[in-house]
Design a protein around this ligand. Sequence first.
Ligand SMILES: Nc1ncnc2c1ncn2[C@@H]1O[C@H](COP(=O)(O)OP(=O)(O)OP(=O)(O)O)[C@@H](O)[C@H]1O
Ligand SMILES: [Mg+2]
Length: 501
Amino acid sequence: MDSWSENVPTEGAIELPPDPRALDAIGRNHSLETALADLVDNSIDAGATTVLIRFVRNHGRLRSLYVVDDGRGMAPDTIDAAMTVGGRRSYNAQDLGHFGLGLKAASFSQARCLTVMSRASGHAAVGRKWNLDRVSEVGFSCELVPSEFAAAELGKPWPHPLGERGTVIRWDDVAAFPASDNVEQTERFVDGKIAKICQHLGLIFHRFLENNRIQIDIDVHDVDEDLVGSPAPVTSLDPFAYGSSGRVDYPKVLRAELHGWRISFRCHLWPRRSSKPQFRLGGDGVKMQGLYFYRRDRLLQAGDWVGVHSDHPRLQLARVEVEIDNDIVGIFKMNPEKSRVLVGPEFAQLAASARAEDGTSLSDYLTVAEEVYRASTARSAERKAMIHPGSGLPPRVRKTIQQEIPELKGEDAIAIRWDLFPDDMFFYVDRDQRTLWLNKRYRTMLLGGKHGGLNDLPLLKSLLYLLVANTFEGDYFGPRDKDNIDLWQTILTAAVQAERR
Ligand SMILES: Nc1ncnc2c1ncn2[C@@H]1O[C@H](COP(=O)(O)OP(=O)(O)OP(=O)(O)O)[C@@H](O)[C@H]1O
Ligand SMILES: [Mg+2]
């Protein structure tokens, strides 16, 4: 009675095409930046060397977004496959494409309307359009764009005009675009988005940007005035481009092999302090620690320890480069948005068994990362001592300096005062009188007509104090001090004169 039957019987079949509304749900994990990265993937796969991302504004309102590339374009039969959801093709070893979904998922996550216009060498221009509102009414019938319109879009005076091949992707009805036609609000929105897109694409495609395999620019076209703003170039943001390593024996490469799978972990240590923008990507270093997975030179995931360890502020200098090449692709899965990597159970084993030539394991590396972080924090507590300022600065500023900088013992404080110089020089380091003199002839101008006093212009004086304080140290001027003072003098005198003009 309740015995299990191996096969479930069937009697005939009915056609149940997916409900068109399913399209609304794909690509839900995308943001504008990650969606654009998916389109850039396609441009790279098409062999493009330039990609332009363009915001189009009409009557003060953002209306469309274009992605234009000079890749090999699509012939009429290819474009139909391209518009098909899940229309996979055969992929080359280096291709970034994988699911046959990217273009559609990325576009519908952002826009109600996707138009693709393209031309391959030796073919006429072709165009296809998906409009989500139409799809939900009449089903999956893709609209055909007249060849002349497609040709006109392709033939626009793009900054890098397309020759006989290229592709224009156009999004209309973009959900994130502000509904208002307030120019200032639109401007703010666009500026913010451009900055985010530059950062995201700069990071994801840094290896391509670094060796000029691709150039990506972003601009804004104001249709009313037919004005195109100057393009913002996307520049490479290499998350491993520190000046000097946090420790001399790093980076180290740790290798592991399991069931024929080979993987290497390139373990880096950032220095404690860095002015590079990629040091504080995403606003804080903590989030940027962890594993960086690359597939075919495209960064799939930036940071996260994927179960190897948990995030900790003390590990914020640790970043590890991992290549997912074809040998080990089986133990990884990427999400269709290509913004996360999911690892199989074998990964933890590979990570645990990885060793450098000197025997270092991942957990040794993490211990070192913590040590470097802690040692450098302790070091930063002992700042180099300096001579403190005397009269000339407001008490509050002097107090802050006293709190922040240890005082150099055995040296008198430096006064900062005004005097009328016989020449145009801006300042004078007077070691005998322990005074930094400022030329009075600039004082009224710098004060903008306000009355001066003993403690006037504290910002200017603090900056100068930080610059010259150590030239007051010791018994005599070293040649280096003299040279520095000459340099500062030349520049600051030119600057103050420029200010006066
Ligand atoms: N800019 C482009 N230039 C030339 N062909 C393109 C371009 N964009 C898309 N295509 C074609 O459209 C197809 C579908 O693109 P789509 O991004 O949807 O899938 P995919 O790239 O094959 O895989 P994935 O889902 O991993 O991105 C591509 O395989 C390619 O043939
Ligand atoms: Mg794709």
